[in-house]
Design a protein around this ligand. Sequence first.
Ligand SMILES: [Zn+2]
Length: 302
Amino acid sequence: MSDKMIYIDPHVHMTSRTTDDYEAMAASGVVAVIEPSFWLGQPRTQVGSFQDYFSSLVGWEPFRASQFGIKHYCTIGLNSKEANNEALAEQVMELLPLYLHKENVVAVGEIGYDDQTPAEDKYFRAQLELAKELDMTVQVHTPHRDKKAGTIRSMEVCLEHGLDPSNVIIDHNNEETVQEVLDRGFIAAFTIYPKTKMGNERMVEVVRRFGSTDIIVDSSADWGVSDPLAVPKTASLMLKRGIVREDVVKTCYSNALQAFSKNGKMKESHWLKPAGINQTQLYNDNSVLRGQEPRIDSDQIS
Ligand SMILES: [Zn+2]
């Protein structure tokens, strides 16, 4: 690797971010993102709403990312909040296999518990079975309330269903949950929120205390107060605070690559030897430009 650090943000909801964010992320060294499927901030009312959203995660959004030199992957699943609408959840479950096979889908996710209701439990388990059947990695959202008990329960359910813990990324960890996650052989991801919850100063201390094995940093940036540059910013802070470069590379790049590349869809060659950017390209006749001069890299000039 050259001197310039490169990063993967393995949990970021780019659909709700702007092109300025893509530009800033690329300039900060983010080479690849993984966008978990989640809710919209309000409940969907029809299965078609899920279908169009999943389609955008495997279609328009990877195109949009490519226009700024970022490789986009996603995870597909029924999120915990919307698992509580059982009639709709049943229809979403039928859709999932169609999307899990798409070329940029690297895991089933983000799935798990929100309020830990019986319906959430039912659809979490059903999706773990689906992941097992398709031999896919799982990305687990842990509840923000009753965090520790909810995290332990999530892992116990995964083990009960016979999943290999090294194929399961447990997200939204904190200092209280990380040891339990690592002890059980799962991968521990940390969401770095600005000004609250896990800030990046706290993340530096987590790496100092727990090391870099099986630990991943992400932004979970979405339509709420969040920071799509959380991964590069945390990496810079780690280096400044004396964390060795190897540990920064592992937690902000290579552990995510290893965890999410198991089905062969995410490959380092996608960004180490990228095709240049060509903003004259269209997706379904649509461009990301609004009359600006398109960027066309030299290898794209025909
Ligand atoms: Zn998320």
